[in-house]
Design a protein around this ligand. Structure first.
Ligand SMILES: *Cc1c(COP(=O)(O)O)cnc(C)c1O
Length: 332
């Protein structure tokens, strides 16, 4: 099977900001982009992106999940990075039009079409290390993806609890920006080598935060606990959706700080579950925690029943098998 995100539709939607205006959206081949080698993004990381999905329903229609939330977050990322202001309506119509163009390529369930809007600073000026790019480019890529869970459905992740390294600078946490992933890469590679883990769960000073690209959720009986929103981590739309569905199911949802000590104490209890939430991973179960050289099983180390229940509830809405009571789906 090809790696997630390595197959692209042959065309992308694109628009350029020249310092005053956005160019009319165009559809162009998606295998090349011409930039000056001195472009701001290539030196000073003025870049942000989004990740959302379109789903094919059994009646043949295609719907996009929570597109307005992703556009809001992209605009916030652009603002924090001092990139030119995006036009929300234009961004939305570019995404909808592109998905409509490739609607016949949206895979059947359990696959989906991953949508990757991207905004980069293009000003050719290497003297602007400490000032923003006045020009930019916004484009949208499409990548059909299969099920994250195809194959071994009993697989669980192994996470390292890391208290001494941060994923990214705390004031950048809410942005889906390239530099944040570069920042998380060295500790992640080191941890994979030394502890054979899949991901690091970053817990700066003992505060359980998130992994490199997903939010962390603890499920203990009827309680669901996850870090309350602050500027230090990415506010996942999957996280928000799972919390909403858990409340719908009558669960006691607690958004609050969680310490490594409490996490380890609870994780050891039979029936306890930990899961990672994100657009790509949906809700992925964690089976093992590694902390200070020791291994701790989460519950019985297998896939938790509540994790599966919540993931199924979310997937059922996405694929039109359950009613979209929260208005999360948009027609293309
Ligand atoms: C994208 C991302 C998430 C998950 O966000 P979703 O909106 O649920 O896809 C969580 N953490 C990080 C660091 C991310 O980049």
């Amino acid at each position: 099977m090809t790696a997630f995100g390595s197959v692209f539709m042959p065309e992308m939607a694109i628009s350029w900001f020249d310092g005053s205006n956005w160019s009319p959206a165009e559809t162009v081949p998606s295998d090349k982009l011409t930039l000056h080698p001195g472009a701001h993004v290539l030196h000073y990381s003025s870049t942000c992106f989004e990740g959302l999905k379109a789903f094919r329903h059994s009646d043949g229609t295609v719907k996009i999940f929570r597109i307005d939330q992703n556009i809001e977050r992209m605009c916030q990322s652009s603002d924090i990075l001092a990139l030119p202001k995006l036009d929300k309506a234009a961004v939305k119509s570019m995404i909808l039009e592109l998905v409509r163009r490739f609607a016949s390529e949206v895979p059947e369930a359990p696959g989906s079409m991953y949508i990757r809007p991207t905004h980069i600073g293009t000003e050719p000026c290497i003297g602007k290390a400490a000032s923003p790019s006045l020009t930019s480019c916004f484009y949208v890529l499409l990548s059909p993806v299969g099920s994250y869970f195809s194959g071994d459905t009993s697989a669980t992740l192994r996470l390292l609890l890391e208290e001494n390294v941060m994923r990214c600078a705390p004031h950048m946490g809410v942005i889906k920006s390239g530099g944040n992933y570069a920042s998380a890469l060295p500790p992640t590679m080191k941890a994979k080598r030394e502890h054979k883990i899949d991901q690091i769960l970053f817990c700066p000073n003992g505060d359980v935060q998130e992994t490199g690209a997903a939010n962390a959720i603890l499920i203990d009986g009827n309680q669901l606990i996850t870090k309350a929103l602050d500027d230090s981590f990415l506010h996942g739309i999957t996280r928000d959706s799972i919390l909403t569905l858990a409340r719908d199911l009558g669960m006691d949802v607690q958004e609050r700080n969680l310490t490594v000590t409490e996490l380890l104490e609870r994780a050891a209890k039979p029936g306890c579950e930990i899961a990672l939430s994100g657009t790509a991973a949906v809700l992925t179960p964690v089976g093992t925690l590694v902390y200070q050289g020791e291994e701790y099983k989460v519950g019985n180390g297998g896939v938790g029943a509540t994790t599966v229940k919540l993931r199924t509830a979310l997937n059922d809405i996405q694929w039109g098998r359950a009613e979209d009571t929260h208005g999360w789906l948009t027609d293309i």
